[in-house]
Design a protein. Structure first.
Length: 401
């Protein structure tokens, strides 16, 4: 493992936890409040994170209006490249990664937007390649439904190749978070940075091994792919204080939202099923109710988790809502977790998400970063000025695969 590790802040201004937006410390209309968002990003920069990463959906999630009324969706935020361009003017060092979908944006538009951001920010841009999950996103662009999963990824590969051709070598960094075999293969072929949701340490190790061996298969140096699983943390000066803080936000969670979230990720209609019973059998394909949307990788992972731990629908809904295994404890607990994943799973760092903002973001920068620095796991200062320098990505190693 190379130290220090890499850290990317995954910023949803209204918070990652489904009821985070209801927390008393949360800002009203957080996602469209530039002063608020830029303050958070400047904090991440002052702490020395490699990059901030802005997610995006290009339509509302496929959930009922009743559920939409009770969540802060990703769309309640600025469009990523516009936001990152504004952020480039009020920051100096931190990398600026934004999401754009290959299913609906053209290669020319993506190359132009992120190429401009890269120039504006003097080498700090990154593109998170997504194929989009929801049929509602497809309808937003005038399509009846989404492309089939395999077609989405085949198209993504050709769009990414054209974007890379437009940039030549050394353009914006490319990030990807595929978890299905097709998604992993695309990530291993084209990505400099790979995101993956939080998984148990052994599954993370299998994921890391798989990505690195696929990268080797594509003729790449496997160390040139930086693998950063998601990490969600609720940190306080004592464990009991952290548990209390988490209990408060959990109490604000409407059970209808937890269940809807589980239905969304499993693409499974759970209406009418006993909450204390198991999930119904896994559908034969990712398509559900005639839809091609959804993440097959996430769906299969959740089914595996349910089987492994013998979870009921009620337990599983709670666990999914609980931030995919958020670490709740002291800075030392979070640092132990980070060190274990680096040692056992060989990850290059983490994509840190914040259950509610600004409290959990402040706790990460003020409590966790100093502890990580004490252990040699976090940079003391930016050595370079570009995102490639921060991530130790050698341009010469980015062979075309
Ligand atoms: C940390 C992280 C961030 C993600 N951000 C987005 C996003 O902003 N927009 C999006 O459409 N999908 C996003 N995804 C979903 C992935 O792009 C991908 O669809 C998902 O990991 C499932 O992989 P699969 O499509 O190979 O099944 C994200 C996934 C992870 C793990």
């Amino acid at each position: 493992m190379t130290r220090p590790l890499h850290f990317v802040g995954f910023l949803k201004p209204a918070g990652e936890y489904p009821s985070g937006w209801r927390h008393p410390s949360s800002a009203d209309r957080a996602g469209v409040d530039f002063a608020f968002v830029s303050e958070q990003v400047r904090r991440l920069e002052a702490a020395g994170l490699d990059a901030v990463f802005i997610p995006d959906l290009v339509g509302l999630p496929d959930v009922s209006p009743d559920v939409l009324d009770r969540v802060a969706v990703v769309n309640d935020t600025f469009e990523p490249t516009t936001l990152l361009a504004a952020l480039s003017a009020v920051t100096e060092r931190i990398g600026l990664i934004g999401t754009a979908s290959t299913s609906f944006a053209s290669a020319a538009a993506i190359a132009d937007d992120f190429g401009s951001l890269h120039a504006l920010s003097e080498g700090r841009a990154g593109w998170n390649v997504v194929t989009s999950l929801n049929d509602a996103e497809a309808r937003n662009f005038g399509h009846a439904g989404h492309l089939a999963h395999a077609d989405r990824y085949a198209h993504a590969g050709s769009v990414a190749d054209r974007v890379r051709d437009a940039w030549g070598e050394g353009g914006p960094v490319i990030a990807q978070a595929g978890s299905s075999p097709a998604g992993r293969d695309l990530a291993a072929r084209i990505a400099d940075v790979v995101f993956v949701r939080a998984l148990p340490v052994e599954e993370t190790r299998d994921f890391v091994d798989d990505i690195r061996s696929r990268a080797t298969g594509h003729g790449r140096d496997p160390a040139a792919v930086k693998i950063l699983p998601e990490l969600s943390a609720v940190v306080a000066r004592s464990r009991s204080e952290a548990r209390e803080a988490f209990a408060k936000v959990r109490d604000l969670l409407d059970p209808r939202i937890a269940l809807a979230d589980l239905e969304y990720w499993t693409r499974t209609d759970l209406a009418g099923l006993p909450l204390d019973g198991p999930l119904p059998p896994l559908p034969a394909s990712a398509s559900h109710g005639g839809s091609h949307g959804g993440s097959r990788g996430a769906q299969e992972e959740i089914y595996r988790q349910a089987a492994r731990e013998g979870l009921t629908i009620r337990d599983l809904a709670r666990q999914i809502a609980d931030g995919d295994g958020a670490v709740v404890g002291t800075a030392g607990d979070v640092a132990d977790h980070i060190e274990r994943y680096a040692d056992v799973a060989g990850v290059d760092g983490f994509t840190v998400s914040f259950p509610w903002v600004p409290d959990t973001l402040n706790a990460f920068t003020d409590l966790v970063v100093p502890e990580l620095r004490r252990r040699g796991l976090f940079r003391t200062h930016y050595e370079g000025t570009t995102i490639r320098e921060h991530l130790h990505l050698d341009i010469a190693q980015r062979q075309r695969a």
